[in-house]
Design a protein. Structure first.
Length: 142
């Protein structure tokens, strides 16, 4: 009986453990609200890394590159490009701060905050630069 109670306690603690925003996410164009890209967020070396897996906008070519990037990503193909680099630290069960997110269209990196919805199906991605910020909601595909 004691073993059974300990097992139940362990399962309960695991159920309340922090969910990571790991998975495949659909991004959307801010103006048209149509699908724009697919991003995979994974843990790599203990850090959260987000890479572009696919681009859906109509003008995208398979060999499109990050022309505007200014760091090691300059002229790299958009497919496979790291746009989220951490270290991110958790501020609560569903929120992470401290990383960087790249907007490959303008080649600029922004401070990053990620916030996972309570059902783990939406991810609020907020990029900021000083007092200015912009947020998007990504939808989980996997």
């Amino acid at each position: 009986m004691k073993f059974f109670a300990i097992c139940l306690l362990g399962l309960n603690l695991m159920a309340h453990a922090q969910q990571l925003p790991v998975g495949i996410w659909q991004t959307f164009d801010d103006s048209t609200k149509t699908p724009k890209s697919t991003i995979q967020i994974a843990v790599k070396g203990g850090l959260l890394i987000g890479t572009i897996q696919a681009i859906q906008h109509k003008d995208a070519g398979p060999d499109e590159r990050c022309i505007q990037c200014k760091d090691d990503r300059k002229n790299k193909p958009l497919i496979g490009l790291e746009i989220i680099r951490s270290p991110l630290s958790s501020t609560n069960q569903n929120k992470w701060v401290g990383g960087k997110v790249l907007d490959p269209e303008i080649g600029k990196e922004f401070d990053l905050t990620l916030e996972l919805s309570s059902n783990d199906q939406k991810l609020k991605v907020r990029g900021s630069w000083g007092p200015f910020w912009e947020a998007q909601v990504w939808h989980r595909l996997q």
